[in-house]
Design a protein around this ligand. Structure first.
Ligand SMILES: Cc1cc2nc3c(=O)[nH]c(=O)nc-3n(C[C@H](O)[C@H](O)[C@H](O)COP(=O)(O)O)c2cc1C
Length: 319
């Protein structure tokens, strides 16, 4: 599948995942069949301010694994400054930034802290502001010396029910046609819990209006669900979040290469590799916290033991 200039080996994409999608987890998902992977959402403001812990989250050391950077931006000035900083750093102190192949903008994070500053889903209905932001991204893509093959946005259907009913997402498709290489639709509004079934019919509506590839997202936790999403909406690719957290081997099953669950020895091997890489690449403690618990749960499920003990760590994106 083609996304801008990127040729994806498979149409199954690992979501940007806060506290989860570090370089070591992205490699695991890619080795199992993910065609593209994303960093977690990174605040553009932190990049502009040269904030060390923000910059450390752009962990694209692994040149084999197609990785895009997801940014959270407030306005066009901020994104322009952040993109220029990335380029400068890529040619000076952070050469691994040169491995980035795509940039995505987040318009879906339901965190009150994000919405309060007018970012994320608060921007969905602001057509002019969005256009200004997309213009900057497009202009940067056209002149950057980094190998950026695609620029995209990931949207929800609105900030709330009223915006979803007004279909604020449809004008964004027009902008995407003009400025972007693809659009991911997480088919919920930002006040909806992840337990509310995703509104796939909106993905179909977006697809009908789109001239760029549409990536459908929401509730794909099995091969059947992925096939149904592709068939019912006509979307071009599928983005997977919770299904991949539960079992990265879902990518193996989606790509027809094997079972969706690992054997115990595959799990042991994957955990050891994840630990080795995350340690070598300096993943932040939150990723260790998440994956230690994640692997423990996968093992409990495989061995038929009850998944007892502490719950998964929480992130801003979870409801
Ligand atoms: C732990 C966790 C972290 C997330 N972090 C991000 C993020 O950084 N950026 C983003 O756009 N979405 C984030 N999301 C939302 C997912 O990318 C995805 O849109 C949502 O979970 C719906 O897909 P699913 O039904 O496959 O889980 C996160 C979701 C979870 C569960």
């Amino acid at each position: 599948m083609k996304l801008g200039r990127l040729e994806l080996a498979t149409p199954f994409i690992l979501s940007p995942l806060e506290s989860v999608s570090d370089a070591a987890f992205r490699r695991l998902c890619w080795s199992l069949g993910a065609g593209l992977t994303w960093t977690e959402m990174i605040r553009a403001r932190g990049i502009v301010r040269n904030n060390k812990s923000t910059l450390e989250l752009i962990d694209c050391f692994d040149a084999d694994v197609p990785t895009g950077l997801q940014l959270m931006v407030v306005n066009e000035t901020e994104i322009a400054a952040a993109l220029d900083a990335i380029e400068r750093l890529a040619h000076s102190s952070h050469p691994h930034f040169q491995n980035l192949v795509a940039v995505d903008l987040n318009f879906g994070c339901p965190s009150p802290e994000v919405i309060k500053v007018g970012a994320g889903p608060a921007l969905l209905k602001r057509r002019n502001k969005l256009e200004a932001i997309f213009q900057v991204l497009r202009g940067w893509k056209d002149r950057t010396t980094l190998p950026i093959g695609a620029v995209t946005a990931k949207i929800r259907l609105g900030l709330n029910r009223a915006e979803m009913d007004q279909k604020v997402y449809l004008p964004i498709v027009e902008l995407a046609n003009q400025y972007l290489d693809g659009l991911t639709v997480h088919a919920r509004h930002a006040r909806e819990e992840s337990t509310t079934p995703a509104h796939w019919e909106a993905i179909a509506e977006v697809k009908r209006a789109a001239r760029v590839p549409i990536i459908g997202n929401g509730d794909v936790t099995s091969v059947e669900a992925a096939q149904r999403l592709l068939r019912e909406t006509g979307c071009d690719a599928v983005m997977v979040a919770r299904g991949a957290i539960r079992s990265p081997w879902l990518f193996r099953e989606l790509t027809g290469k094997g079972a969706g669950q690992p054997t115990l020895s595959e799990l042991d091997e994957a955990e050891a590799r994840w630990m080795e890489r995350a340690t070598a690449l300096g993943s932040k403690p939150k990723f260790f916290e998440w994956h230690t618990e994640g692997f423990r749960r996968m093992r409990a499920r495989l061995t038929g033991k009850p998944v007892a003990g502490p719950s998964m760590p929480q992130t801003d994106h979870m409801r």
